[in-house]
Ligand binder design. Structure first.
Ligand code: SF4
Length: 378
């Protein structure tokens, strides 16, 4: 019998209130009040499945807990809300066009779980004031009338939090556009609510059918080996069986995976289940995130290199990048003089395409200013 995911059932047992956290952390009345204030600004939602991955005995150091349960450091107001200029790339409600070849769609502001390190904290779980949930027909018309766009990334929030009907409408419209080579979905569902995939034949049938018209990719975000479970593997296998290519983007997070052994293990395990790790992103200097999770670039380069040394060619294809307002910039390595060698992997402006440059960074620098001073390579 065809399985159908039950959203009502999934809604039961979600952890959304500060008072519910008390069984996971000892909170004084004052801390509870603080937590309520944090949740007013940045909502919390944790699925029972993801919660079950927490090792309570590890206390505050548990990496899963760090990614889902708020910390008081989220009240730190340093940083910014839109660190890569997403608002300025919005050409239609819900549609960004930063790079010639890619249209990015923010299909919803909701996620199954609100990651504490989220770079879209400004809009997830909130009224996003025009940045999400655009008119699908209008967006398809924009994409169809820009033949330089060869792929769309349907993201959010979490694109798989949309109903099957909405996902179908995206697929229906975009698979008809000749200039598109493929369609990507950005979703953390395989990691936080895998049953929404392996337990929904309607969704899987649909992905298989539309995948015959255009190649479908699913881009997910595994950040720690503990997230690779029998359940998440089941979701990945279900997708792969239906012809969907699954790839992974990890965020480098202090206290979670900023360790070569952990990161190396993550990449190896991902490759072994057929999920190619293709980016490791520098955590953005987002308000409420930066002080808790960012790793200095010089340290990050060493961590990523050591993790890559543990990989075969597939795992080694991962690139350590930052999403800067000017483009996706790769941290290639360190020069003999200790500067950081960088390369534009994707550029917003043509004059930056493929640009190689160096930047002098201190041991504590985690990001580049908007006006980058491009140092010589030699
Ligand atoms: S799934 Fe993505 S958009 Fe949603 S909270 Fe996590 S990082 Fe943010």
């Amino acid at each position: 019998m065809a399985k159908k995911f039950d959203w009502n059932e999934a809604g039961k047992g979600l952890l959304t209130e500060a008072s519910q956290i008390k069984s996971y952390i000892d909170l004084s009345d004052e801390e509870l009040k603080k937590m309520e204030e944090i949740l007013d600004a940045y909502p919390m939602c944790i699925t029972p499945y993801y919660l079950s991955l927490i090792d309570k005995a590890a206390g505050e150091e548990d990496p899963i807990r760090k990614m889902c349960i708020p910390s008081v450091s989220e009240t730190d107001m340093s940083g910014a809300f839109d660190t890569s200029g997403e608002g300025s790339n919005t050409v239609l409600r819900g549609l960004q066009h930063k790079y010639h070849a890619t249209a990015l769609i923010l299909s919803t502001s909701r996620c199954a779980m609100y990651c504490r390190h989220c770079f879209r904290k400004r809009l997830v779980g909130a009224d996003s004031e025009g940045e999400t949930e655009g008119n699908i027909a209008e967006m398809a018309e924009y994409v169809g009338s820009h033949p330089e766009i060869s792929n769309v990334l349907i993201s959010g929030g979490d694109s798989f939090l949309n109903t099957n009907e909405v996902i179908k409408e995206y697929l229906d419209r975009f698979t008809q556009i000749d200039s598109l080579d493929f369609i990507r979905f950005g979703t953390r569902i395989p990691v936080v609510l895998p049953e929404r995939i392996y337990g929904d034949d309607e969704l899987l049938d649909m992905l298989e059918e539309y995948g015959k018209k255009k190649q479908l990719f699913l881009v997910t975000q595994f950040n720690h080996p503990k997230e690779i479970t029998q359940e998440s593997i089941k979701a990945v296998e279900a997708l792969r069986k239906r012809g969907v290519v699954v790839r992974n983007q990890t965020v480098l997070l202090k206290g979670v995976n900023a360790d070569p052994a952990i990161l190396g293990k993550l990449f190896k395990q991902l490759t072994s289940i057929g999920v190619i790790p293709y980016y490791i992103f520098q955590c953005r200097p987002v308000t409420g995130v930066k002080n808790q999770f960012q790793v200095p670039v010089l340290e990050g380069i060493d961590i990523v290199q050591k993790a890559k040394d543990m990989q075969n060619g597939q795992g080694k294809s991962v690139r350590y990048c930052m999403s800067h307002p000017k483009g996706k910039i790769e941290f290639v390595g360190k020069t003999h003089s200790g500067k950081v060698l960088m390369k534009f992997h994707q550029a917003k402006y043509d004059e930056d395409a493929g640009r190689l440059f160096t930047v002098e960074m201190t041991d504590t620098d985690c990001w580049l200013p908007e006006d980058i001073e491009y140092g010589d390579v030699l």
